[in-house]
Write a protein that binds this ligand. Structure first.
Ligand code: MN
Length: 253
């Protein structure tokens, strides 16, 4: 079981959740929203060899935390995974669009200089600008578009550019989300929750709720539950092996 986009550090009791992830054998990419949160959040890795921490600067915080870009640059050599980064084109964040663009460009440029990273990207109302940015920095690494909500045309472009996708109960609750998933190459799909932000049955989604995507995947791929789980684990192995080959980091699978 895999949650490739979890905000573990934002649960009220992160160590309790991380220990439960370990007990359940869950692989977790623990994304952060600010560079200053990274060092503290890496301590959750002590709970499980299957938890990895990503260095992030969330687009909704870009205007407030752009001053942390030098810290991002300083920490990046230690961080094989980057996220949450991206752009948010929603009306409430449009006023900060220039800051968002500047922060994302700087991060992609740093990732290029560092030899590439696996990156978990937010692209709400901003699929085309995200793909434009990724095209400008083709050596930034392997993009994983989390909770993709663009158009079918934008999805086709993302696929042609080599993007991966992480899908979860939030995205799959809508017919549009399921129609997008139907077109994603199954060898480039991982599961996620985006908890604790995502709510399920009036509570925060927990990392193991990523399993709720399995039902949609068995239907869409006309595969058994075991085949879907094998495919997802194979995908994770392939994704993290890019990094281990290039940069000799220990993979978590
Ligand atoms: Mn998120």
């Amino acid at each position: 079981m895999i949650d490739f986009h979890s905000h573990l550090d934002l649960y009220p009791e992160p160590f309790k959740i991380a220990n439960e992830c370990h007990a359940r054998g869950l692989y977790v990419l623990s994304v952060t929203t600010t560079p200053s949160a990274w060092s503290g959040t890496t301590k959750l890795e002590t709970c499980s060899p299957r938890i990895r921490t990503a260095l992030g600067l969330h687009p909704q915080l870009a205007h407030l935390r752009k001053s942390e870009l030098p810290l991002f640059a300083q920490l990046l050599p230690e961080a094989p995974y980057v996220g949450e980064i991206g752009l948010d084109g929603g009306p409430e964040y449009k006023a900060f669009w220039q800051d968002q663009q500047m922060v994302l460009s700087r991060i992609l440029s740093l990732c290029e200089q560092a030899g590439g990273r696996v990156m978990s990207l937010h692209s709400r109302h901003a699929a085309t600008p995200i793909l434009d940015a990724l095209e400008s920095y083709p050596r930034a690494g392997t993009p994983v578009l989390h909770w993709f909500s663009g158009s079918q045309r934008e999805l086709a472009r993302a696929i042609s550019m080599g993007c991966w996708f992480s899908v979860g109960p939030g995205m799959l609750s809508s017919a549009k989300g399921r129609a997008l998933l139907a077109k994603m190459p199954r060898e480039r799909v991982l599961t996620e929750t985006d908890g604790p932000f995502v709510k399920i049955e009036n509570r925060s989604a927990l990392p193991w709720d990523a399993d709720r995507a399995i039902e949609s995947l068995t239907a869409l791929w006309t595969a058994s539950e075991a085949e879907v789980r094998d495919q997802l684990i194979d995908n994770l192995k392939k994704l993290v092996s890019y990094k281990t080959e290039k940069n000799k980091w220990t993979a978590f699978i």
